[in-house]
Design a protein around this ligand. Structure first.
Ligand SMILES: Cc1cc2nc3c(=O)[nH]c(=O)nc-3n(C[C@H](O)[C@H](O)[C@H](O)COP(=O)(O)OP(=O)(O)OC[C@H]3O[C@@H](n4cnc5c(N)ncnc54)[C@H](O)[C@@H]3O)c2cc1C
Length: 418
């Protein structure tokens, strides 16, 4: 006999697990979560930064990527080029990221005290380290564009930085700090959501691939897995970088979510060398609560490849040694690569799809799925229950891509008609 559920969540990374947790809090729904940990699963690969402002303005992986692009273009064209910088994400993303960030202190207490898993929330701040006038100009332009967040911003002179972070290169000319950007242990965050969901009655089908979706007309009626078919009223697609495959099975449409590779280096445990997380144009560095130092991260469009490659690892290592010269003595514990679920506009894909019943997207979280898992879980719960939503999710719905396509086509049609 087929098992019957209200909701089946496909994907058990941080997003699927957060949805399972928030939906199961009232213990009134029959929920299953199905996950096969594929190589490149992003949540286990992540740095665990809750860099709500930093990532929204393009620091972290964004600025590293643009510096590399400038170098590649300059080499190809044989000229010196001013550094290209990432764009700032739209206002709707800031709201999404900052609201999620605000949820972490209470969520940490709740998951620790009620469910027994500590995901190691640490108040660190994020400092953008500046080495030269180009870095300072970039920092100035960031600050100009976010006047509403002035109270979260601290400028540190070279002297103040040296006192605050004495291990950072004395050549640094100062730093721009975002006071509300913190960090967690991403692996434990994923575990905390999953364990709490399990304690709330969610059935976990782990190491279990989803192989198909059953439908009647335009309605999803079940999720086919290697452990049998799980009948359901609603399927949630939280399959990370693999979400396009699942959306095609469920709706006939491939949502535009694609893997974006990121490589990371992890050191062995070190004495405390960093008070906060830091980002430079070469890398970001975060010392975790157990002393290990994490150095990330590349941004590569290489499909589902999860290899570690010497030139990219070398670039990150050089950037880290420039920022904290003592890291020259560090031992590498391991390197890895993960697959971010990327979208063309760097915004997630949330909510239903027109013309399909019993299907909800919770995917496409690209560089910030750890940070935005909390608000995503809450929004998907509220959406499912028909409750008012904390934010307007229209900018994150799949329909935006259709609108963009129509707008791109309109001038051609108008020309043809003329
Ligand atoms: C190097 C790196 C550093 C990062 N740093 C940060 C950071 O500091 N802060 C931050 O907020 N974010 C960060 N991110 C981004 C963040 O990790 C992702 O946005 C987030 O983990 C996405 O979560 P997810 O649950 O959507 O995807 P995933 O964690 O990939 O989970 C999806 C799950 O679905 C499973 N699945 C797929 N298809 C099937 C199927 N057919 N059947 C069963 N299971 C299936 C997958 O195997 C996987 O387990 C980083 C990412 C990378 C790669």
């Amino acid at each position: 006999m087929k098992k019957q559920y209200d909701i089946v969540i496909a994907g058990g990374g941080v997003i699927g697990a957060a949805c399972a947790y928030f939906l199961s809090k009232e213990k009134d729904l029959k929920i299953a979560l199905v996950d096969l940990k594929k190589p490149g699963n992003a949540s286990r690969a992540s740095a665990g930064g809750l860099w709500a402002i930093g990532e929204s303005v393009g620091l972290g992986c964004g600025v590293i990527f643009f510096k590399q692009m400038t170098q590649q273009r300059a080499e190809a064209e044989g000229v010196d080029l001013p550094p290209m910088r990432p764009h700032i994400l739209p206002e709707c993303f800031f709201e999404f990221a900052l609201k999620s960030n605000d949820m972490y202190p209470a969520l940490w207490q709740e998951l620790k005290d009620k469910h027994g898993v500590d995901f190691k929330f640490e108040k660190t701040g994020l400092k953008y380290i500046m080495y030269d006038k180009f870095d300072k100009l970039y920092a100035d332009s960031i600050v100009e564009q976010i006047p509403g967040l002035a109270e979260q911003i601290n400028w540190l002179s070279a002297e103040e930085l040296a006192i605050d972070e004495p291990h950072i290169n004395a050549d640094a000319i100062g730093a721009l700090e975002f006071a509300c950007d913190h960090q967690v242990n991403p692996y434990r965050l994923n575990e905390a959501y999953l364990e709490a969901a399990r304690q709330n009655g969610v059935e976990l089908f782990l190491q279990t691939p989803v192989t198909g979706v059953e439908k009647q007309g335009n309605k999803v009626t079940g999720v086919v897995t290697e452990a049998g078919t799980l009948s359901c009223k609603t399927m949630i697609n939280a399959a990370g970088a693999w979400a396009a495959e699942l959306s095609e099975m469920a709706t006939g449409t491939r949502i535009p979510v694609a893997p974006v590779k990121g490589q990371i280096i992890l050191s062995e445990r070190l004495p405390k060398i960093l008070k906060g997380c830091v980002s430079t144009t070469d890398c970001y560095i975060a010392q975790k609560d157990n002393g290990e130092v994490l150095i990330g991260s590349t941004t590569e469009e290489k499909g589902f490849d999860t290899s570690n490659t010497l030139p990219e690892i070398k670039e990150l290592a050089n950037g880290a040694m420039r920022c904290i010269p003592e890291l020259k003595q560090m031992n590498i514990k391991r390197c890895w690569a993960g697959l971010r679920p990327g979208t063309p506009d760097e915004l997630p894909v949330l909510g239903e799809m027109d013309g399909v019943e019993g299907y909800i997207n919770a995917c496409g979280h690209f560089r910030t799925g750890i940070l935005t898992s909390a608000i995503t879980g809450k929004l998907i719960n509220d959406l499912y229950r028909g409750l008012p939503l904390d934010i307007d999710i229209t900018p994150f719905k799949y329909a935006r891509f259709l609108k963009q396509k129509n707008e791109q086509q309109t001038p051609e049609i108008e020309q043809e008609l003329a």
